[in-house]
Design a protein around this ligand. Structure first.
Ligand code: PMP
Length: 396
């Protein structure tokens, strides 16, 4: 096993990495910034001495940078967490608990990440109910279905800004208007969207927003929940008073310093970098769709700039992933990394109306800063050869 791991690592390091939605490399500038903090700022931000105050300054600078990226009213709206999963749990459980006397109904789109869907399922034990709002074949939420699902005792709707499996970007402003007209709260999982497309909590009308550090080329295991001023949630874990009591425990200062710097760089570079990636994405889509019986999943235009997702009939996504990696040194994804070991078809692909056998043949390409237009011919060629080879062996 150890040898196998070594070989895979060598392939990875010399190959083309196209699975950024699962994990982003940390930007060198972010690493340098965070390392400085790891070395110098070892004080506890809650301590009153000068070392503590220095650490607190680093923490608050990071908070201001994250607030700035999402157009928040101020740094005090940002609660740092240990990642997007934790922020999603805090948003949903915290808001439900706080508003339990107002109502027990919760809504979410049917293509939410499992870190939204699983807290909703768990809340059933506490007497809450939830309904999933369908999406159309391109992954856009059905606003009419959302409207008819709303009732007096509905307290929350959770809709992701963009989907990491199919790239579709939701009409968040329209969702927000509908939700607020009916007096409930809107939580948006911005994990896949922040740093790729403009996300502005005030202009978009978002009450709670999840942000992930790694998706901005920051360290893993750091994230944030934005909570609009005036909205109250209940803590879901208990301890000291850090993060205003919403996320107790000594802060991971190194990761949060990196997160802040990553957010600052994303704000500065997003427009140019997204345009660059979109051009690569478009040529990949155009070329790969020349393959017989290949289809784009997600929306053709309302999609993340660096996101191209496909399905190929009569072959399995896992085999595509393994062949692309072993034969061509190209790492792609076939579904959410968190559930890809289950071999169950992705709930996202089923929700956009694919049959089980169709949902199995998926390949997701997510670009990053390290990808270039020069890589397109090699990626296209590898995909063609992989599909041909697997179809030749396919019993279907
Ligand atoms: N939301 C979305 C949309 C995601 O794609 C992911 C996974 N990257 C998460 C939440 C959870 O992120 P993490 O595993 O970093 O907590």
């Amino acid at each position: 096993m150890r040898d196998c791991g070594k070989v895979r690592r060598e392939i990875t390091m010399s190959g083309i990495y196209l699975d950024h939605q699962s994990a982003y490399p940390v930007d060198d500038r972010v690493r340098a910034f965070a390392e400085k903090s790891l070395t110098n700022d070892f004080g506890n931000p809650s301590a009153l001495h000068s070392r503590g105050l220095a650490a607190k300054t680093v923490l608050e600078e990071a908070r201001a940078k994250v607030a700035e990226l999402i157009g928040a009213e101020g740094p005090e709206t940002i609660i740092f967490t240990g990642g997007a999963t934790e922020a999603n749990n805090l948003a949903i459980r915290g808001l439900a608990a706080r508003n339990a006397t107002k109502g027990k109904k919760l809504l979410a789109s049917s293509i939410e990440h499992i870190s939204v869907l699983n807290p909703l399922k768990d809340l059933k034990k506490a007497g809450f109910e939830f309904s999933l709002i369908p999406v159309d074949r391109t992954g856009l939420i059905e606003l009419a279905a959302l409207e008819s699902a709303l009732s007096k005792d509905t307290i929350l709707n959770s809709v992701m800004y963009a989907n990491s499996e199919i790239g579709t970007i939701q009409p968040i402003k329209e969702v927000s208007e509908l939700v607020h007209k009916n007096g409930l709260y809107l939580h948006v999982d911005g994990t896949a969207a922040c740093g790729k497309i403009p996300v502005d909590v005030q202009k978009d009308g978002i009450d709670l927003l999840t942000v992930s550090s790694n998706d901005l080329y920051g360290p893993q295991g750091a994230g944030a929940l934005y909570v609009k001023p005036g909205i109250r949630i209940q803590p879901v874990s208990f301890g000291g008073g850090q993060e205003r009591g919403y996320r107790p425990g000594t802060e991971n200062l190194f990761a949060l310093a990196g997160f802040g710097e990553a957010a600052r760089l994303a704000g500065q570079e997003m427009a140019e970098e997204s345009a660059r990636q979109q051009a690569i994405r478009d040529s990949l889509i155009q070329e790969i769709l020349q393959i017989k019986e290949s289809y784009l999943t997600g929306h053709p235009t309302k999609r993340l700039p660096g996101h191209a997702s496909f399905r190929f009939s009569r072959i399995e996504g896992e085999s595509i992933l393994l062949t692309m990696d072993a034969m061509f040194g190209i790492q792609v994804s076939t579904g959410s990394a968190c559930s890809s070991r289950t071999l169950e078809p992705s709930h996202v692909l089923l929700a956009i109306g694919l049959k089980h056998e169709e949902a199995h043949g998926s390949m997701i390409v997510t670009l990053g800063k390290d990808n270039s237009p020069e890589q397109v011919p090699a990626i296209v060629e590898a995909t063609k050869k992989t599909v041909e080879r697997l179809r030749a062996f396919s019993p279907l």
